[in-house]
Design a protein around this ligand. Structure first.
Ligand SMILES: Nc1ncnc2c1ncn2[C@@H]1O[C@H](COP(=O)(O)OP(=O)(O)OP(=O)(O)O)[C@@H](O)[C@H]1O
Ligand SMILES: [Mg+2]
Length: 308
């Protein structure tokens, strides 16, 4: 997979850029604030539909385009030609800021070969690994940040995973809303069972896929770290910590981690998804009172973590 051409319009400090990219490794060097990081950000954005640096997408639109006289519509455009063994595709992201009835609206569009697609369907067209100095903080970062890294990587590799995750997050919101409604006596347990069943179906797939992926990643990381980086002096271990247990936090932190790791090993070997679903169902029902009291689903892949 190779990007042969990158074209940017009104993206960050690039008013306009047309760049041919050679097949070999490429080293960008230059003075500060020339746009090296912005260029990497553009490629990352095209691959993931997310910025690794900006808090919101509006920051990505070129300021000068915004300052131009009376802009009723500003379009920031990123286009890459991606060559693979199966041919060349053009992928595109548009950030559109438009003046409507006195206020601005903002929307994003994704295109593959000039056809509009869902943002999710852009994922996987271009696969990237971004490594920046601040990534070393991942070890100390919050579980949410580690999960984000895991999901961005897995979504690029596996479209089914990505759609399952998106569906899971929607069902999770519905289940949580139901829990709160039940606490106020506005909803009954039947609705909760429906959402719980859906949550289990989708969540079980996520658990298992993450377990398999983390095992692969751990194996590769261990090999590279041991053989190439430390000449056999040190080993690194990565471990997936799935939140598939009803109440492991009652025990000590280290014991809990051991149990999570054991769950991860178990998940990795499950050929029958039904076995995973059964465990997840049992854990959710054991946690029912706790979920009702907190108005939130207290276990599940949305609480997962992994560690070095
Ligand atoms: N939305 C935007 N519109 C216009 N310019 C922007 C926008 N966002 C950032 N910039 C500018 O882009 C420049 C930074 O570019 P970038 O971070 O890519 O530089 P760099 O080449 O990586 O520099 P360094 O060597 O310091 O890492 C800054 O001058 C910043 O003001
Ligand atoms: Mg930089």
């Amino acid at each position: 997979m190779q990007v042969t051409h990158l074209s940017l319009t009104n993206f960050r400090n690039y008013g306009r850029l047309e760049l041919e990219l050679p097949p070999q490794a490429l080293l960008l060097y230059g003075d500060n604030a020339q746009g090296k990081t912005n260029l990497l950000e553009a490629l990352y954005y095209l691959a993931t539909t997310k910025s690794a640096h900006a808090d919101n997408d509006q920051q990505l639109i070129n300021w000068e385009a915004e300052e131009a006289a009376d802009p009723t519509i500003i379009v920031s455009r990123l286009v890459a030609h991606v060559q693979t063994g199966r041919g060349t595709h053009q992928i595109e992201m548009r950030l559109i800021k438009e003046m409507k009835q006195g206020g601005y609206t903002f929307r994003r569009e994704a295109l593959v070969d000039r056809r509009k697609v869902r943002l999710m369907d852009l994922l996987g067209q271009l696969r990237v690994v971004l490594f920046v100095p601040s990534d070393v903080e991942m070890i100390q970062a919050s579980p949410a940040q580690r999960r984000r890294y895991l999901d961005i990587t897995l979504c690029q590799m596996d479209g089914v995973y990505c759609r399952t995750l998106s569906a899971y997050n929607k069902v999770l919101e519905q289940r949580n809303a139901t829990l709160r409604a039940m606490a106020e006596g506005r909803q009954n347990g039947e609705v909760l069972s429906i959402f719980t069943e859906r949550l289990v179906g989708l969540g079980s797939q996520i658990f298992r896929r993450r377990a398999q992926f983390m095992a692969d990643l751990a194996r590769e990381a261990q090999r590279i770290h041991y053989e190439s980086l430390t000449a056999g002096r040190e080993t690194i271990r990565l471990g997936y910590l799935p939140r598939l247990q009803a109440n492991p936090l009652a025990r000590g932190d280290d014991d809990a981690a051991d149990e999570f790791l054991a769950d991860a090993e178990w998940l990795e070997t499950q050929t029958e998804l039904a076995a995973v679903a059964e465990r997840f169902t049992a854990a959710l029902s054991a946690n029912r009172e706790r979920d009702l009291a907190s108005g939130a689903t207290t276990i599940g892949p949305h609480r997962d973590d992994w560690r070095f």
